[in-house]
Design a protein around this ligand. Structure first.
Ligand code: ARG
Length: 473
């Protein structure tokens, strides 16, 4: 057991207590961030004359080496240390002796862990955003290819009006685009550095917190040291954004599962993204979509867990906060995995245009347009609705579509109908006459696709990259 705080104690920690308290098994995940933060801290201590230039240089070089050794596998992170902070510091002291003992000057593990978690989360916000961006590119590609692929649009899972596959995919484009905006917002709000908050009340050393913040690409330091060590809002916001991403992926999965079913056959999931049954040889199951739908629960769980953990914590740091890590790491990795797999599944999925088209034809999806035809010929809408209702009943009885009725049959129900009704209620007309922005008509879709292209040409992460380039670490 290697502890940083033994001085005040006369007795060894109980073994079970030690294990219960320790976090190294999971906080080793951010060893790089811990080292990065320590290097920034030491550079600042050197600049401020709190450490000599030589001390600063040797600590920085040694921290760097520790990082490389962990990365290459030469140095193993073992459970004999309480947490990743102890591991790094102990190794530094082992390698540098007394100079290493100066690392923690003007710092507490409270602001250290606040920084590490923030640095880790900040990076994961960017990784998640990049995956969303790739998914948007796949969606846009499908939209361009299927601008004329007619399918039924549903409400209540009942056929409603014809739309196109491009239009349907466009709805998901909007959702995932908003998800990216949420991540961008989170980045903007969280990008302030808590290091220098000390245990809770800052320190008496003349730290230059602006400088430390700048070294790590933050916009500046956090402005209240108590909040600095005990704020996990950014993580709650991120888990909330991740939950929303999963909610979107889960809805999408649900549709793909339905579309892939024997009854629908709108799509066929590629063999590489399906699995078989151990007993039923004919089966090809949409397991990936089902798993994505299923994993949504555990991401929501992480959000609920952290909200609940935080709700009763008085200022400032309390050990409860150590519970922010495991579930967050799991949620982040889960969402990234789901996004990557979902993209692959979507890219390789076959869309059965003919079946979609036939399905749109068969469900009276043009009934509204038939009523609109009557309205355009002077029939009040409420009457038109009633007439088309009769037509639908007639068709159900004969098991035909409205388009299959002869003009005589139509005229028998309303004399207003003329030959041009067939063109007015063709699927193409139904879709392409819907031209308000946001509607599935070809011209409207083309405009939206052009806007999406423009949107994807500018990436908010480019600005982040520029800013990071200017920072030194
Ligand atoms: N492992 C701790 C955490 O994750 C690090 C901070 C410890 N601070 C303390 N005062 N015990 O929150």
């Amino acid at each position: 057991m290697a502890q940083l705080w033994g001085g005040r104690f006369t007795k060894e920690t109980d073994q079970l207590v030690y294990q219960f308290n320790a976090s190294i098994s999971f906080d080793q995940k951010f060893y790089k961030q811990d080292i990065q933060g320590s290097i920034a801290h030491v550079c600042m201590l050197g600049k401020q004359g709190i450490l000599t230039k030589e001390e600063m240089q040797s600590i920085v070089a040694c921290l760097d080496q520790i990082g490389q050794d962990v990365e290459s596998g030469k140095l193993a992170i073992t459970e004999e240390y309480e947490d990743i902070h102890s591991f790094v510091e102990a190794n530094l002291i082992e390698r540098l002796g007394d100079t290493g003992k100066k690392l923690h000057t003007g710092r507490s593990r409270n602001d250290q862990v606040a920084l590490d978690m923030r640095l880790y989360t900040r990076l994961e916000v960017l990784y998640t955003d990049a995956l969303l961006r790739e998914l948007l590119e796949v969606l846009l590609d499908i939209m361009e290819k299927h601008i004329d692929t007619i399918m039924p649009g549903f409400t209540h899972l009942q056929k409603a009006q014809p739309v196109t596959l491009a239009h349907h995919m466009g709805a998901y484009f909007e959702m995932f685009r908003r998800d990216r905006q949420r991540l961008h917002d989170i980045y903007e709000r969280m990008n302030y550095c808590p290091l220098g908050s000390g245990a809770l009340a800052g320190t008496t050393y003349p730290l230059d917190r602006e400088y430390t913040a700048e070294l790590m690409g933050f916009y500046g330091p956090t402005l209240n040291s108590m909040d600095g060590v005990s704020d996990r809002d950014y993580l709650i916001e991120f888990l909330s954004a991740l939950s929303t991403i999963m909610m979107h992926l889960s809805r999408f999965s649900e549709e793909i599962i339905i579309w892939n079913s024997n009854e629908y056959q709108f799509v066929e999931i590629d063999d590489a993204y399906s699995t078989g049954s151990s007993i039923m040889p004919q089966k090809k199951n949409p397991d990936i979509a089902e798993l994505v739908r299923g994993k949504t629960g555990r991401v929501y769980g992480a959000l609920m867990s952290l909200l609940t953990t935080m709700k009763g914590i008085p200022l400032a740091y309390n050990k409860d906060m150590q519970e922010d890590k495991e579930l967050s790491f799991d949620a982040i990795d889960t969402v990234k995995g789901c996004l990557a797999l979902f993209k692959g599944m979507l890219e390789t999925m076959k869309f059965h245009r003919d079946i979609m088209r036939k399905s749109a034809n068969n469900g009276f999806t043009n009934a509204t347009d038939a009523a609109d035809y009557l309205v355009n010929h002077g029939v009040p809408f409420r009457d038109a609705h009633g007439i088309v209702g009769q037509i639908v009943l007639y068709c159900i009885d004969k098991n035909i579509a409205i388009d299959d009725m002869s003009i005589e049959e139509l005229k028998a129900i309303s004399p207003v109908f003329e030959e041009d009704i067939y063109d007015a209620i063709s699927m193409e007309t139904c879709v392409n006459k819907r031209l308000t922005i946001g509607a599935p008509g070809r011209e409207a879709m083309e405009k939206v696709i052009a806007l999406h292209k423009e949107y994807l040409a500018h990436d908010w992460q480019d600005e982040v990259a520029d800013q990071w380039e200017q920072s030194e670490l």
